[in-house]
Design a protein around this ligand. Sequence first.
Ligand code: NCD
Length: 339
Amino acid sequence: MNFRGSHILSVKQFDRDSVEQVFQVADGMEPYAHRLRMTKVLDGAILGNMFFEPSTRTRVSFGCAFNLLGGDVRETTDVKSSSITKGESLYDTARVISGYSDVIVMRHPQPGSVAEFAKASRVPVVNGGDGPNEHPSQALLDLYTIKKELHSNSRSIDGMRIAMVGDLKHGRTVHSLSQLLLLYKNIHFTLISPTELRMPESIVSNLQAAGHEVTETEEMERGLQDNDTVYLTRIQEERFDSKLEADIYRGRFRLDQAIYTRHCQPNTVIMHPLPRDSRADANELDNDLNQHPSLAIFRQTDNGVLVRMALFALILDVADKIEDTASEVSWYTESRFEE
Ligand code: NCD
């Protein structure tokens, strides 16, 4: 895959080599993301960060990633304050904003909207989530995290066992991650969800056609057994017709210390794209696991910055120029990143 000037709209664009290329560039970003060094490689460049759906970590981590490479960020975070409410088309918005930016990240509730926007854009566009469809940068950071976590236990992605839990019908993170895993071999997927919220049939059949084993179940406790990774998700209430309908499923599958100890392997990696729904009636991932060494959720969010820096460096073709403008940081920094 040639990243230079490319849109990143779907994990289907990637082959295994290009995933490895992203991971290798991401590894090299660590001193910059960890504030040991700084670079000005994107000095003067502008990111248009367009979020037409709620977002905290995706929006902020894309913005930080661009800042850490020395670039500036312009944000549109609210549909209400954008011209889209005046009836402007995605085409016009894309023509306009791409004149102001060097690269654009966009999130929008409509599946396919980011691809439509990208067609009209004069600069590369990264999909920050298009409704329930895809979230490619999240899948890349999830896989990067899985690779690192399994590596520290001398295991690998090929042949791993992963359980995905929760709203697999609407969750774009699990849609993208599953499809990215099509590039790997012999994975055992246990898909734990209410029947009504099962993983789309097309994704399940693609996994099976690629030689992966898929077990679908509504029984959380049995499904949790023997996995290298358990990936929990939130009930995506914004995708239901009403909150009442989402309430039916909320709290159905929960992981806490007692369930983990009883049913998981001692070192099963615990992941969640966040936000976790910590309200009492949901609580899919309990706070009593916060100190557990296998809880990878905050390593996942830290890794998001590395992966997003790598994507910008590759798209804007500066991956081999980072060092040219690098220096030590001059301010006091706490060491706060786990190895
Ligand atoms: C996810 C999303 O927006 O799809 N969050 C994220 O980007 N990290 C998951 C979610 O909202 O539940």
